[in-house]
Design a protein around this ligand. Structure first.
Ligand SMILES: [Zn+2]
Length: 328
Protein backbone atom coordinates (compact mmCIF):
# COMPACT_ATOMS: atom_id res chain seq x y z
CA UNK A 1 0.00 0.00 0.00
CA UNK A 2 2.83 2.36 0.89
CA UNK A 3 4.50 1.66 -2.45
CA UNK A 4 1.28 2.52 -4.21
CA UNK A 5 1.11 5.84 -2.32
CA UNK A 6 4.69 6.66 -3.35
CA UNK A 7 3.83 5.81 -6.96
CA UNK A 8 0.80 8.12 -6.88
CA UNK A 9 2.93 10.87 -5.35
CA UNK A 10 5.49 10.55 -8.17
CA UNK A 11 2.72 10.49 -10.76
CA UNK A 12 1.20 13.69 -9.38
CA UNK A 13 4.63 15.35 -9.23
CA UNK A 14 5.32 14.29 -12.84
CA UNK A 15 2.04 15.76 -14.06
CA UNK A 16 2.46 18.98 -12.06
CA UNK A 17 6.00 19.49 -13.37
CA UNK A 18 5.60 18.49 -17.03
CA UNK A 19 2.13 19.70 -18.02
CA UNK A 20 2.96 23.44 -17.71
CA UNK A 21 6.10 22.88 -19.87
CA UNK A 22 4.06 21.10 -22.55
CA UNK A 23 1.40 23.78 -22.41
CA UNK A 24 4.06 26.46 -22.90
CA UNK A 25 5.46 24.67 -25.99
CA UNK A 26 2.11 24.36 -27.71
CA UNK A 27 1.33 27.96 -26.88
CA UNK A 28 4.48 29.09 -28.67
CA UNK A 29 3.66 27.37 -31.95
CA UNK A 30 0.10 26.26 -32.42
CA UNK A 31 -2.80 26.58 -34.80
CA UNK A 32 -6.50 26.18 -34.25
CA UNK A 33 -6.83 22.45 -35.00
CA UNK A 34 -10.59 22.78 -35.47
CA UNK A 35 -10.10 25.05 -38.47
CA UNK A 36 -7.76 22.68 -40.34
CA UNK A 37 -9.16 21.01 -43.44
CA UNK A 38 -8.31 17.40 -44.18
CA UNK A 39 -5.58 18.48 -46.63
CA UNK A 40 -4.09 20.83 -44.03
CA UNK A 41 -3.21 17.98 -41.71
CA UNK A 42 0.37 18.43 -42.95
CA UNK A 43 0.69 20.85 -40.04
CA UNK A 44 0.46 18.07 -37.43
CA UNK A 45 2.85 15.81 -39.30
CA UNK A 46 5.45 18.46 -40.09
CA UNK A 47 5.31 20.26 -36.77
CA UNK A 48 5.24 16.91 -34.95
CA UNK A 49 8.80 16.53 -36.24
CA UNK A 50 10.09 20.04 -35.73
CA UNK A 51 8.10 21.80 -33.00
CA UNK A 52 10.35 20.71 -30.12
CA UNK A 53 13.38 22.22 -31.88
CA UNK A 54 11.97 25.66 -30.96
CA UNK A 55 11.60 24.92 -27.23
CA UNK A 56 15.05 26.22 -26.17
CA UNK A 57 14.50 29.66 -27.68
CA UNK A 58 12.73 32.70 -26.28
CA UNK A 59 9.61 33.82 -28.08
CA UNK A 60 9.47 37.58 -28.68
CA UNK A 61 5.97 38.89 -28.04
CA UNK A 62 4.88 41.24 -30.81
CA UNK A 63 1.22 42.10 -30.13
CA UNK A 64 0.31 42.96 -33.74
CA UNK A 65 2.14 40.04 -35.27
CA UNK A 66 0.11 36.97 -36.22
CA UNK A 67 1.94 35.46 -39.18
CA UNK A 68 5.61 35.45 -38.14
CA UNK A 69 6.66 33.82 -34.89
CA UNK A 70 9.81 35.62 -33.76
CA UNK A 71 12.40 33.89 -31.60
CA UNK A 72 15.51 35.34 -29.98
CA UNK A 73 18.50 33.12 -30.74
CA UNK A 74 22.01 32.86 -29.32
CA UNK A 75 24.42 35.42 -30.83
CA UNK A 76 22.01 38.37 -31.04
CA UNK A 77 19.90 37.06 -33.93
CA UNK A 78 16.15 36.92 -34.45
CA UNK A 79 14.46 34.08 -36.33
CA UNK A 80 11.29 35.12 -38.18
CA UNK A 81 9.50 31.80 -38.58
CA UNK A 82 6.56 31.30 -40.99
CA UNK A 83 5.11 28.33 -39.17
CA UNK A 84 1.67 28.38 -40.79
CA UNK A 85 2.79 27.61 -44.34
CA UNK A 86 3.92 24.12 -45.27
CA UNK A 87 7.44 25.21 -46.25
CA UNK A 88 8.13 26.32 -42.63
CA UNK A 89 10.47 29.06 -43.85
CA UNK A 90 12.86 30.89 -41.54
CA UNK A 91 14.33 34.35 -42.25
CA UNK A 92 16.88 35.91 -39.89
CA UNK A 93 17.40 39.47 -38.68
CA UNK A 94 21.03 40.14 -37.72
CA UNK A 95 21.54 43.55 -36.08
CA UNK A 96 24.90 45.34 -35.99
CA UNK A 97 25.49 48.82 -34.53
CA UNK A 98 24.84 50.81 -37.74
CA UNK A 99 22.55 48.55 -39.74
CA UNK A 100 20.77 45.23 -39.57
CA UNK A 101 20.93 42.49 -42.19
CA UNK A 102 17.84 40.53 -43.08
CA UNK A 103 18.90 37.12 -44.37
CA UNK A 104 16.00 36.40 -46.76
CA UNK A 105 12.52 37.89 -46.84
CA UNK A 106 10.33 34.81 -46.62
CA UNK A 107 7.19 33.95 -48.54
CA UNK A 108 5.73 37.44 -49.07
CA UNK A 109 2.45 36.47 -47.38
CA UNK A 110 2.64 39.07 -44.63
CA UNK A 111 4.75 42.23 -44.46
CA UNK A 112 8.17 41.10 -43.19
CA UNK A 113 9.49 44.67 -43.22
CA UNK A 114 6.88 45.70 -40.67
CA UNK A 115 7.82 42.73 -38.50
CA UNK A 116 11.57 43.44 -38.77
CA UNK A 117 11.05 47.13 -37.99
CA UNK A 118 9.32 46.15 -34.77
CA UNK A 119 12.58 44.47 -33.78
CA UNK A 120 15.10 47.12 -34.83
CA UNK A 121 15.23 50.83 -35.59
CA UNK A 122 18.40 50.41 -37.67
CA UNK A 123 18.28 50.63 -41.46
CA UNK A 124 17.70 47.14 -42.85
CA UNK A 125 19.60 45.65 -45.77
CA UNK A 126 18.43 42.42 -47.37
CA UNK A 127 20.71 39.61 -48.50
CA UNK A 128 19.16 36.53 -50.10
CA UNK A 129 20.61 33.09 -49.34
CA UNK A 130 19.55 32.10 -52.87
CA UNK A 131 16.78 32.96 -55.32
CA UNK A 132 14.10 30.33 -54.62
CA UNK A 133 10.61 31.81 -54.17
CA UNK A 134 10.27 30.88 -50.48
CA UNK A 135 13.08 33.28 -49.58
CA UNK A 136 12.55 36.37 -51.76
CA UNK A 137 8.84 37.01 -51.12
CA UNK A 138 9.29 40.34 -49.32
CA UNK A 139 12.26 41.71 -51.30
CA UNK A 140 10.21 44.43 -53.01
CA UNK A 141 9.40 46.01 -49.61
CA UNK A 142 13.04 47.04 -49.10
CA UNK A 143 15.33 49.69 -50.60
CA UNK A 144 18.55 47.67 -50.39
CA UNK A 145 18.48 44.11 -51.68
CA UNK A 146 21.58 42.04 -52.37
CA UNK A 147 22.28 38.59 -53.77
CA UNK A 148 25.25 36.59 -55.04
CA UNK A 149 26.80 38.02 -58.20
CA UNK A 150 25.56 35.52 -60.77
CA UNK A 151 23.07 35.94 -63.63
CA UNK A 152 20.53 33.36 -62.35
CA UNK A 153 20.10 35.17 -59.01
CA UNK A 154 19.90 38.65 -60.56
CA UNK A 155 17.33 37.50 -63.15
CA UNK A 156 15.12 35.60 -60.71
CA UNK A 157 15.08 38.38 -58.12
CA UNK A 158 14.27 40.93 -60.80
CA UNK A 159 11.46 38.88 -62.38
CA UNK A 160 9.71 37.77 -59.19
CA UNK A 161 7.17 34.96 -59.45
CA UNK A 162 3.94 35.28 -61.42
CA UNK A 163 0.69 33.92 -60.00
CA UNK A 164 0.72 31.09 -62.57
CA UNK A 165 4.03 29.96 -61.12
CA UNK A 166 3.24 30.46 -57.44
CA UNK A 167 0.34 28.03 -57.89
CA UNK A 168 2.92 25.36 -58.83
CA UNK A 169 5.02 26.12 -55.76
CA UNK A 170 2.26 26.83 -53.24
CA UNK A 171 -0.96 24.76 -53.21
CA UNK A 172 -3.84 26.78 -51.67
CA UNK A 173 -4.18 24.41 -48.69
CA UNK A 174 -0.58 25.07 -47.72
CA UNK A 175 -1.60 28.31 -45.98
CA UNK A 176 -3.20 28.18 -42.54
CA UNK A 177 -4.99 31.25 -41.27
CA UNK A 178 -3.11 33.76 -43.48
CA UNK A 179 -3.52 37.56 -42.97
CA UNK A 180 -6.86 39.02 -44.07
CA UNK A 181 -5.38 40.93 -47.01
CA UNK A 182 -3.73 37.82 -48.44
CA UNK A 183 -5.43 35.52 -50.92
CA UNK A 184 -3.83 32.35 -52.36
CA UNK A 185 -5.98 32.98 -55.49
CA UNK A 186 -3.93 35.96 -56.63
CA UNK A 187 -0.68 35.35 -54.80
CA UNK A 188 2.43 36.43 -56.68
CA UNK A 189 5.90 37.62 -55.68
CA UNK A 190 6.78 41.11 -56.86
CA UNK A 191 10.21 41.28 -58.49
CA UNK A 192 12.93 43.63 -57.28
CA UNK A 193 16.20 44.14 -59.14
CA UNK A 194 19.05 43.68 -56.67
CA UNK A 195 20.61 47.01 -55.73
CA UNK A 196 24.02 45.39 -55.11
CA UNK A 197 25.68 42.00 -55.40
CA UNK A 198 28.10 40.15 -53.12
CA UNK A 199 31.09 37.97 -53.94
CA UNK A 200 32.79 34.95 -52.41
CA UNK A 201 34.89 36.10 -49.44
CA UNK A 202 33.23 39.51 -49.15
CA UNK A 203 32.91 40.98 -45.65
CA UNK A 204 29.73 42.87 -44.82
CA UNK A 205 30.21 45.47 -42.08
CA UNK A 206 27.04 46.16 -40.06
CA UNK A 207 28.89 48.37 -37.56
CA UNK A 208 31.04 46.40 -35.13
CA UNK A 209 29.57 43.21 -36.56
CA UNK A 210 31.13 41.52 -39.57
CA UNK A 211 29.53 38.89 -41.77
CA UNK A 212 31.55 36.94 -44.33
CA UNK A 213 30.02 35.56 -47.52
CA UNK A 214 30.95 32.11 -48.83
CA UNK A 215 29.74 30.80 -52.19
CA UNK A 216 28.17 27.36 -51.60
CA UNK A 217 26.43 26.14 -54.79
CA UNK A 218 24.71 22.76 -55.02
CA UNK A 219 21.12 23.20 -53.83
CA UNK A 220 20.94 26.19 -56.17
CA UNK A 221 23.68 27.67 -58.36
CA UNK A 222 23.49 30.96 -56.45
CA UNK A 223 23.41 29.61 -52.88
CA UNK A 224 25.64 31.39 -50.37
CA UNK A 225 26.49 30.96 -46.70
CA UNK A 226 27.07 33.70 -44.16
CA UNK A 227 29.58 33.48 -41.31
CA UNK A 228 29.48 35.49 -38.09
CA UNK A 229 32.78 34.34 -36.62
CA UNK A 230 32.71 36.44 -33.47
CA UNK A 231 29.34 35.05 -32.46
CA UNK A 232 30.25 31.55 -33.73
CA UNK A 233 27.34 31.32 -36.14
CA UNK A 234 26.82 30.24 -39.73
CA UNK A 235 23.73 30.79 -41.82
CA UNK A 236 23.50 27.93 -44.30
CA UNK A 237 20.36 28.84 -46.27
CA UNK A 238 18.91 25.73 -47.94
CA UNK A 239 22.26 23.93 -48.08
CA UNK A 240 21.70 22.55 -44.59
CA UNK A 241 18.80 22.43 -42.12
CA UNK A 242 17.05 19.55 -40.37
CA UNK A 243 14.77 18.17 -43.10
CA UNK A 244 14.73 16.99 -46.70
CA UNK A 245 17.73 18.46 -48.53
CA UNK A 246 17.12 19.06 -52.22
CA UNK A 247 19.80 18.45 -54.83
CA UNK A 248 17.41 17.67 -57.71
CA UNK A 249 16.05 21.12 -58.58
CA UNK A 250 16.51 23.14 -61.78
CA UNK A 251 19.92 24.66 -60.92
CA UNK A 252 21.05 21.95 -58.47
CA UNK A 253 24.31 20.03 -58.76
CA UNK A 254 24.99 17.14 -56.40
CA UNK A 255 28.78 17.22 -56.90
CA UNK A 256 28.79 20.96 -56.09
CA UNK A 257 26.57 20.22 -53.08
CA UNK A 258 29.06 17.73 -51.64
CA UNK A 259 31.93 20.20 -52.18
CA UNK A 260 29.97 23.01 -50.50
CA UNK A 261 29.29 20.78 -47.48
CA UNK A 262 33.07 20.29 -47.23
CA UNK A 263 33.57 24.07 -47.32
CA UNK A 264 31.02 24.54 -44.52
CA UNK A 265 32.61 21.68 -42.54
CA UNK A 266 36.02 23.39 -42.72
CA UNK A 267 34.56 26.73 -41.66
CA UNK A 268 32.81 25.14 -38.67
CA UNK A 269 36.01 23.40 -37.57
CA UNK A 270 38.45 26.22 -38.19
CA UNK A 271 36.31 28.97 -36.68
CA UNK A 272 34.86 27.00 -33.80
CA UNK A 273 31.25 27.53 -34.94
CA UNK A 274 28.58 26.60 -32.37
CA UNK A 275 25.28 27.29 -34.10
CA UNK A 276 24.01 26.54 -37.61
CA UNK A 277 21.01 28.57 -38.67
CA UNK A 278 19.33 27.05 -41.74
CA UNK A 279 16.31 28.35 -43.65
CA UNK A 280 13.54 25.78 -43.01
CA UNK A 281 11.87 23.85 -40.18
CA UNK A 282 13.95 24.51 -37.07
CA UNK A 283 17.35 24.85 -35.43
CA UNK A 284 19.34 21.93 -34.06
CA UNK A 285 21.81 22.83 -31.29
CA UNK A 286 25.46 22.01 -31.96
CA UNK A 287 27.10 20.82 -35.14
CA UNK A 288 27.01 17.03 -34.82
CA UNK A 289 24.00 16.45 -37.09
CA UNK A 290 25.59 18.64 -39.74
CA UNK A 291 28.80 16.58 -39.70
CA UNK A 292 26.77 13.37 -39.95
CA UNK A 293 24.96 14.79 -42.97
CA UNK A 294 28.22 15.83 -44.67
CA UNK A 295 29.61 12.29 -44.21
CA UNK A 296 26.32 10.80 -45.43
CA UNK A 297 26.41 12.89 -48.62
CA UNK A 298 29.93 11.69 -49.33
CA UNK A 299 28.81 8.07 -48.82
CA UNK A 300 25.92 8.59 -51.24
CA UNK A 301 28.28 10.18 -53.76
CA UNK A 302 30.80 7.32 -53.41
CA UNK A 303 28.06 4.75 -53.93
CA UNK A 304 28.47 3.39 -50.39
CA UNK A 305 24.82 3.88 -49.51
CA UNK A 306 22.37 2.02 -51.69
CA UNK A 307 19.00 2.32 -49.97
CA UNK A 308 16.75 4.83 -51.60
CA UNK A 309 13.12 5.28 -52.49
CA UNK A 310 11.68 7.02 -55.52
CA UNK A 311 9.25 9.88 -54.92
CA UNK A 312 7.87 12.14 -57.66
CA UNK A 313 10.56 10.98 -60.12
CA UNK A 314 13.54 11.68 -57.88
CA UNK A 315 15.67 9.55 -55.54
CA UNK A 316 15.33 9.92 -51.76
CA UNK A 317 18.15 8.73 -49.51
CA UNK A 318 17.19 8.72 -45.82
CA UNK A 319 19.81 9.31 -43.16
CA UNK A 320 17.52 9.43 -40.08
CA UNK A 321 14.15 10.83 -38.94
CA UNK A 322 15.19 14.35 -39.94
CA UNK A 323 17.56 14.23 -42.86
CA UNK A 324 16.90 12.97 -46.37
CA UNK A 325 18.95 13.83 -49.40
CA UNK A 326 17.02 14.00 -52.64
CA UNK A 327 18.70 13.55 -56.02
CA UNK A 328 17.47 13.61 -59.63
ZN1 LIG B 1 15.88 26.60 -51.91
Amino acid sequence: MRRFAVFILFLVLFIVLTVPVMAECTEKLSVDERSLTESQKWWDTEMGLYIHLWDPFTLVELPDQHWFKVFELPGNVYALFEYKQSELVISYLIPGEKSALLWDTGLGIDNIRKCAEELTELPIIVLNSHSHPYHIGGNSLFDTVMCYDIDSAIEELTLGISHEKTVEYFPPDAFIDPPEDFSPDDYSIVGKAPTATVEDGQIIDLGNRYLEVFYTPGHDDNSIMLIDEENRLVFTGDTWYPGPLYAFLKHSSFSDYVESMKIIKNVIEQRNIQWIYGSHNGIVPGTELFFETAAFLEDVQDGDFYNYTIEDDHLVYSMDDFITVELP
